[in-house]
Design a protein around this ligand. Sequence first.
Ligand code: COA
Length: 160
Amino acid sequence: MGKMVIYPGSFDPITNGHLSILRRALTMFDSITIAVASNPIKKPLFTLDERIATIRESIKDDDRVFIDSFSGLLVDYVVNQKTNIILRGMRALSDFEYEFQMSLMNRKLNKNIQTIFMMTDYKWLYTSSTIIKEAASLGGDIKGLVPDIVCQRLKEKFGY
Ligand code: COA
């Protein structure tokens, strides 16, 4: 079995920034599991099933990419998946503290788990799911920032 990495997140919704990380990571790993956190604390706009469905449609068919969901501790999920690597994308410096905190906590919880970070492509440095949702909710054009299916789902959510 080749090297597998877990790419966790809320993906509420998946953005082109996430897809760029995914594509680039596929040049390093044999397979990637996108692990969608149910994450009720973040009060997601899209249900878990909706987030998974849009990811599936955005990825199309790639037998190296798996889509799954998890609740509870990420490190436990990673162990259950029989790997030890977490992949996270890092945007501007503002991400650093949060990511650092999260990876240190994960490390405290399980020393065998490694987190690797990839720099987000400069095109997506200042995007986030939240800012995209805000623009979309006000009727802004978010084409190019998210896959077409997400554009469509956002329009449906906000009723235009
Ligand atoms: N380009 C553009 N934007 C990106 C990006 C990229 N490459 N990568 C991430 N982002 C943005 C997302 O759009 C998102 O924006 P938002 O905060 O406005 O929603 C933000 O960065 C981060 O979102 P995402 O990548 O979806 O991950 P997350 O931070 O919501 O995920 C978990 C966090 C799920 C990994 C974390 O909460 C977790 O592990 N939960 C399980 C519980 C646990 O184990 N806790 C203990 C350890 S801390």
